[in-house]
Design a protein around this ligand. Structure first.
Ligand code: M6R
Length: 607
């Protein structure tokens, strides 16, 4: 996730671009850049680091000119660096591009362009774009952009300028947001409304495939066939604070609702319909075959993603998988060696205990694969291999979209390892691939139940204790559900393996106490119903989370949240969503500071 801006008008562009980027820094902050065009002369300033680094660099020499584009980056392809920062140009400076999204087929396009004599400077997927425009340009920038986008697979919001046509900015989008701002003789572009709200409230919200051409005479919008269309003006009514959160009252809710997109990005270009997974890992099948166990090491939510991973990997790979809390692993003289694959999971890639555990594992000669959300983070630099989750920056302290993309990365890794070990049939791989690709759509369906979940959450908000029960992979998700609830609503919550209740916890069940029973696993369904009856008999108020089609559960509980059907092994991706929403709405009902809960920090870089 990155942020892009553009300006064309009668004012100096650079201060407006930097002001817009400031409002978009939540979308990415590992590097920033701007390009300003004045009478066919292009000036580009870009640098690794937060936007402030760029501002400091430009304080006494802002590029002059009345039109420009800008970018704040959250690295996906290529580490954060001056060279990888946007804007990007082709072989010459004739075409300059900023991009938000992922070009899935960039490797193929890059090879093709290199064969045609193009030379590349960066490691990014984006750089293919100015080269492609160079290739297609025949005197009409908008036409060259139209020709280029036909070749692209993946997602993009683009702003493009050219010294050959220094009177216009061309913008186009697919699966990444892009807004055009309409001022008085000045026009704006942005990934998100806050970037332009200081200047105008009149906007065009571009749809997939639409292209806008900004000139001093106004903005012309074309559809994907290149035909001019009349766009309806959208008048923004939100205030600036709400707009920064995309109209959501909290970042956490915004991030929960971003999950379908985050899942899609994390699978993007990594799995095909035949079920072949390409995570860019270097481990050979021979190396993979020699692993005798997998040790997952992480903290908090990331460790609970690892718990789901234990069930998934043991089932698919038939080798033991241990899950360790990093702060325990590092001091426990862990039993890992060169026959162990250590999977380190960390959203931030900077958690002190996780990093120390990673170093401990490497010192013991284990192979370390990391799943992290932050390109260039310490974990990503020190691991032997990295799988990035492409969730985009997570602002709320409570992890949501990072967790869900960690799960997706675990599924992809498990498939990759199973393929290398010959432990997955073609039919199973295809079935899984199809089901994984459907997850964004199903996640959207679950989010459609938010209003009902809010009502349910309000009833639970009155309690000081709640219990999550489940068996197998559902138990693993229960752990995350309980953490979410206690972390932001401050309700004491515990997750139990349902079969364990009668060994002690049942003593805590009193009249009407909320119990959330996760019952998605068909093979364990009858057992779960028996456990539900145990707590019901002691007076609990039970809400079940189950797949649609299992309506018989209704008779045993007080209410049910139904999930759309997917493969049982993928259920956690959907099951966790109502639990995140429950925690969120309960916290709101109790008046907690949802995005910054007491005593907690987003990145725990101390022991
Ligand atoms: O950045 P990390 O994934 O390494 O962080 C690990 C935990 O601190 C983190 O998941 C924490 O538990 C979250 N606040 C939970 O929502």
């Amino acid at each position: 996730m990155c942020g892009i801006v553009g300006y064309l008008g009668k004012k100096q562009a650079a201060p407006i671009l930097l002001g817009g980027l400031e409002k978009l820094e939540y979308r990415g902050y590992d590097s920033a850049g701007i390009a300003v065009l004045a009478d066919s002369s292009l000036e580009i300033a870009k640098t690794v680091g937060k936007l402030q680094v760029l501002k400091d660099k430009l304080v006494d020499n802002l590029p002059a000119g009345y039109m420009g584009i800008g970018h704040t980056r959250w690295a996906t392809h290529g580490k954060p660096s001056d060279t990888n920062a946007h804007p990007h140009t082709g072989c010459s400076d004739a075409f300059v591009v900023v991009h938000n999204g992922i070009i899935e087929n960039y490797q193929k396009l890059k090879e093709w362009l290199i064969n045609k004599g193009h030379t590349f400077k960066s490691e990014t997927d984006t750089e293919v774009l100015p080269h492609l425009i160079e290739h297609h340009y025949k005197g009409d920038l908008a036409a060259a952009v139209q020709d280029m986008v036909r070749l692209l697979e993946g997602s993009y919001a683009l702003a493009i300028m050219s010294t050959k046509e220094p009177d216009k900015i061309v913008a186009v989008r697919k699966d990444s947001p892009l807004v055009v701002g309409l001022g008085q003789e000045e026009y704006f572009l942005a990934s998100d409304i806050p970037a332009i709200l200081n200047h105008t409230r009149e906007t065009y919200i571009l749809e997939d495939g639409e292209m806008a051409v900004l000139t001093a005479d106004g903005v012309t919008v074309y559809n994907s066939l290149g035909e001019k269309i009349v766009k309806e003006i959208f008048h923004v009514q939100w205030d600036i604070q709400a707009a920064e959160r995309g109209g959501y009252p909290h970042f956490m809710l915004k991030e929960i609702f971003e999950q379908p997109r985050a899942i899609k990005d994390t699978t993007s270009g990594r799995i095909n319909d035949a079920g072949i997974v390409d995570l860019g890992l270097q481990m050979t099948p021979t190396e993979i075959a020699k692993f005798e166990k997998i040790a997952v090491v992480a903290c908090g939510t990331a460790s609970y993603a690892g718990m789901v991973g234990k069930y998934v990997m043991e089932k698919m790979l038939r080798i033991p998988v241990e899950v360790d809390i990093a702060s325990e692993f590092r001091y426990r003289d862990p039993l890992v060696d060169e026959k162990t694959l250590v999977l380190v999971i960390s959203q931030s890639g900077e958690t002190a205990d996780t990093l120390a555990a990673l170093r401990e594992a490497k010192a013991r000669k284990a192979k370390v694969v990391a799943i992290t959300n932050v390109v260039g983070s310490s974990v990503s630099r020190e691991a032997d291999e990295v799988i990035y989750t492409w969730a985009g920056p997570e602002i709320a302290v409570a992890s949501t979209k990072a967790y869900i993309t960690q799960l997706v990365a675990i599924y992809l890794l498990s498939m990759h390892l199973a393929q290398a070990k010959g432990m997955i049939s073609q039919h199973e791989a295809e079935e899984l691939a199809l089901a994984i690709k459907k997850l964004p759509e199903l996640a959207d369906e679950v989010l459609g139940q938010a209003a009902n979940i809010e009502l349910w959450a309000k009833s639970i908000a009155k309690w000081e204790d709640a219990f999550f029960i489940g068996r197998g992979i559902d138990f693993a998700v229960g752990l995350e559900g309980a953490l979410k609830l206690k972390e932001i609503s401050y309700i004491h919550a515990e997750a139990y393996a349902a079969g364990e209740l009668k060994h002690g916890t049942l003593a805590l069940i009193v009249d009407n106490i909320p119990v959330i029973a996760l019952a998605t696993q068909e093979a364990l369904f009858d057992k779960m119903v028996s456990n539900i009856k145990e707590v019901k008999a002691r007076g609990a108020n039970v809400t079940a989370v189950a797949f649609a089609g299992n309506e018989e559960i209704q008779a045993s509980v007080d209410q049910v949240i139904y999930l759309p059907k997917t493969l049982p092994i993928l259920a956690p991706v959907l099951t966790v969503i109502p639990l995140q929403l429950l925690a969120y709405y309960a916290a709101v009902a109790r008046g907690s500071d949802v995005d910054k809960p007491r005593n907690l920090a987003k990145s725990v870089t101390v022991e």
